[in-house]
Design a protein around this ligand. Sequence first.
Ligand SMILES: C[S@@+](CC[C@H](N)C(=O)[O-])C[C@H]1O[C@@H](n2cnc3c(N)ncnc32)[C@H](O)[C@@H]1O
Length: 243
Amino acid sequence: MSQTIKKAITNNEKALYVNRMFAEIAHKYDLLNNLMTLGLHSKWKEEAIDLVLKEIDCPKLALDLCSGTGDLAVSLNSKIPQIKITCVDNCPEMLEIAKNKTKNLKIKNIDFLEADCENLPFYSWSFDIVTVGFGLRNLVNKEKCLKNVFDFLKPGGVFACVDLAYPVNSLWQRLYFFYFYNFVPKLGELFAKNKEAYTYLPVSLKTWYRQEELKKLILQTGFKKCYFKNLLGGVIAIHVAVK
Ligand SMILES: C[S@@+](CC[C@H](N)C(=O)[O-])C[C@H]1O[C@@H](n2cnc3c(N)ncnc32)[C@H](O)[C@@H]1O
């Protein structure tokens, strides 16, 4: 078998694995996020939206990729209720929770699309804002997704990516990694009855970009400006880029 075919199978398998994993944990996803981060994940997402809104006036259309249970969309709507948001995710179980959440919050102007974020059906220059929270890391072809994001954004449009990152201080990094690699899988086993998914989470960090690398990649995609903000000493980073 050629290397290309082998790689295609491996990538396909990875995408299927990730999809199945999110389907299994969807009903416990918000609970586990709250437990693992002591509720801080909501603040991080709010902060990402605040940073985006500092870069753009009167945005009308937004796209939230890998939207999961819809937290970034909810946060964006809370700041700009009239903005129209399209949430995309390839896991129907996650989208179902997002739909119920936004319905309970009586959020209007929101659409949900079940689709693969590596093959999206949008025109160039369609959106003022594109966000992705804890999603890019899970994609097989992150570079392709970034190129699409750049294409879908209008000139002057803003992209934000919130995701796991690498703590800057080495002592803090060791403490955090001890928690992340030892306790997070246990929390997953206990509360989501799924140790595997919460073992995948810390493992996925091993192949993820460092903060500076992601910034470089975003700039290479064509964005004219990109910066990142470390949260909790680099446990999380928010990258913001302007087209
Ligand atoms: C860790 S969750 C993040 C959810 C949400 N953005 C948040 O910040 O809480 C990652 C989400 O990405 C979705 N996802 C993974 N690969 C995807 C793909 N190729 N296309 C679309 N969605 C994908 C998963 O189904 C899951 O809902």
